[in-house]
Design a protein around this ligand. Structure first.
Ligand code: CUA
Length: 146
């Protein structure tokens, strides 16, 4: 039985290892790189906020920093694909939209990307759920879906 246990463990680790490499799993989930000192001059973060890509697609560039988000006010249309791109200029934060599947870890030096389509208008709470310092509990804002 011990041999069976060891073989089962080996197979499990092999599967985890192979899928991690083949699907590019990383702690931050396959993100693009960015120089955290040059965020303000690197597209799309040189122009933070909402950009219309085409009739059905919008992109939102967000810079997270202690203890807030730039831009602090975001308004996007309902029923369209919204591509969120977020990065941090200082420490690890998160970009989490309450009641949605948007929950990104925002790491300095990386660009986190998540696509989401809101099916109901309203105000949604954006918050940071990674402890980032003394102001962590004050790091939140809203997104307005119209
Ligand atoms: Cu930013 Cu917690």
């Amino acid at each position: 039985w011990l041999g069976f246990g060891i073989i089962a463990l080996a197979i499990f680790l092999l599967i985890v290892g192979i899928t991690a490499f083949s699907q590019g799993h990383t702690p931050s989930g396959g993100m693009d790189m960015i120089d955290p000192k040059k965020v303000n001059e690197t597209a799309p973060f040189d122009n933070p906020g909402v950009t219309k890509i085409d009739d059905d697609t919008y992109q939102v560039a967000i810079i997270a920093m202690a203890f807030g988000y730039n831009p602090s006010k975001i308004e996007v249309p309902v029923g369209k694909e919204i591509i969120f791109k977020a990065t941090s200029t200082d420490v690890v934060h998160s970009f989490t939209i309450d009641n949605t599947t948007v929950n990104m870890m925002v790491v300095p030096g990386r660009i986190a990307t998540k696509s989401y389509t809101f099916d109901k208008p309203g105000n949604y709470l954006i918050l940071c759920n990674e402890y980032c310092g003394v102001g962590h509990h004050m790091m939140f804002t809203e997104i307005e879906v119209v």
